[in-house]
Design a protein around this ligand. Structure first.
Ligand SMILES: [Fe+2]
Length: 395
């Protein structure tokens, strides 16, 4: 297949240095070639009151863009470029939409065009897939409430994903946090796409954000080092902070569950200094206005931040959280649902979600207004396991 003049022009004029750049909406030609398929997403990442990152995965290398606007008619078009090059010939597509109006709907549609041949002096485009128009609303900074859902330790169980999502859909929520060990390990792209993102993020319909919390199993396997390509977070790492309504969140990375020198890791992990850096970051975060002035402070960390064994790399993080006014820490990892009251060495409660199989998997729902935060943990069939209420307090 040859490249039409207009397609060449489209590609050439796309070369500016901005991370996300506006493009003319017109000028895209249809093709009779077979369309690529979107195999995961689009899903929302790093959503703030005025911006959001849209990510999706196609089954073949593509050039991609997003159309968006305040109405279903859209009207604006963005591509992403880095170092002067338009993102192209990749199967993972990520574009950040900014300049949104808090609380107002943003309609968007992602499109990917196959690049069948990408040579230095010839590019052949193939078919094109145009997704449905989707919609989300960036949150109001002054929102008075938030409702969110937490799953953990799904370990690639498709039935568990389906049952938990079905239960979650019974009531509205603002975002889903996936609290680690969604896979057994990260061995290849297909595993991330087909066993995690498609069943885990797909049911969110690109309308509500997916908040990713890394588990220790997401640190295992040859492809683990590519996992950040599939996510966008404040700061770009696995530990970060954000606020939704009356709740300020610290998303933490608990690292691995054994010491770096353990035989299982073959000398290929280096969590000790990483978790020391993270603990220093936490110590600064708890001094921030966003943390101190929030009605509630919630920590998400896959491995429970509990009193630990000597040498536990997470001990400095626990020290940094003690005395800071954390209302609730939410974890997984043990595969044993539990609620642990504060104890010597830890001044915050921990709720721990359940196991991978559908009969013992759990959904944790948290609802917060400026006065009260309610947490309920249920099995996938809706059976209640734990329920707690927390009253707002301030530093
Ligand atoms: Fe784990």
């Amino acid at each position: 297949m040859s490249v039409s003049a207009s397609r060449r022009t489209f590609l050439k004029t796309a070369g500016v240095a901005a991370a996300a750049m506006a493009l003319p909406v017109s000028g895209q030609e249809a093709s009779d070639a077979p369309a690529p398929r979107i195999v995961a997403g689009p899903y929302l990442q790093h959503v703030t009151p005025d911006a959001a990152t849209v990510i999706w995965v196609t089954d073949t290398p593509c050039l991609s863009w997003v159309d968006y606007g305040p109405t279903p008619e859209l009207g604006n078009r963005l591509q992403n470029s880095r170092h002067g090059l338009v993102d192209a010939y990749d199967v993972i597509h990520r574009i950040r939409i900014s300049g949104l109006v808090p609380g107002h709907p943003c309609y968007y549609r992602v499109t990917s065009r196959e690049i069948a041949l990408f040579e230095p002096y010839r590019v052949d485009f193939g078919g094109q897939v145009e997704d449905a128009v989707r919609q989300f609303a960036p949150p109001l900074p002054e929102a008075g409430r938030t409702d969110f859902i937490v799953f953990n330790d799904v370990h690639a169980n498709a039935d568990t994903w389906a049952r938990l999502h079905a239960l979650a859909a019974r009531a509205p929520f603002d975002f889903l946090a996936v609290n680690g060990d969604l896979l057994d390990h990260i061995q290849d792209h297909g595993q991330v796409t087909n066993r995690f993102l498609a069943p885990g993020a797909g049911p969110l319909d690109g309308a509500r954000p997916l908040v990713f919390v890394r588990g220790n199993h997401e640190a295992r396997g040859q492809y683990a080092r590519r996992l950040p390509d599939y996510f966008d977070t404040p700061g770009g790492g696995y530990y970060y902070a954000f606020t939704r309504g009356p709740v300020h969140f610290l998303v933490l990375d608990g690292g691995e569950d054994k010491l770096d020198e353990s035989n299982e890791y073959f000398g290929l992990v280096n969590f000790k200094p990483y978790l020391e850096q993270e603990a220093a970051w936490v110590a600064e975060q708890v001094k921030s206005d966003a943390f101190r002035q929030a009605a509630f402070r919630v920590v998400l960390c896959h491995i429970p931040l509990a009193a630990s064994n000597p040498g536990d790399y997470r001990a400095p993080i626990i020290d940094a959280l003690n005395g800071a006014g954390v209302d609730l820490s939410i974890s997984g990892h043990t595969h044993k649902p539990a609620y642990r009251e504060p104890e010597p060495g830890r001044d915050y409660p921990i709720v721990i979600g359940g196991a991978p199989d559908p009969a013992s998997a759990t959904l944790i729902r948290v609802e917060a207004d400026p006065a009260v935060m309610r947490m309920q943990m249920t099995l996938a069939d809706g059976t209640a396991l734990e329920s707690r209420e927390f009253s707002a307090r301030r530093a």
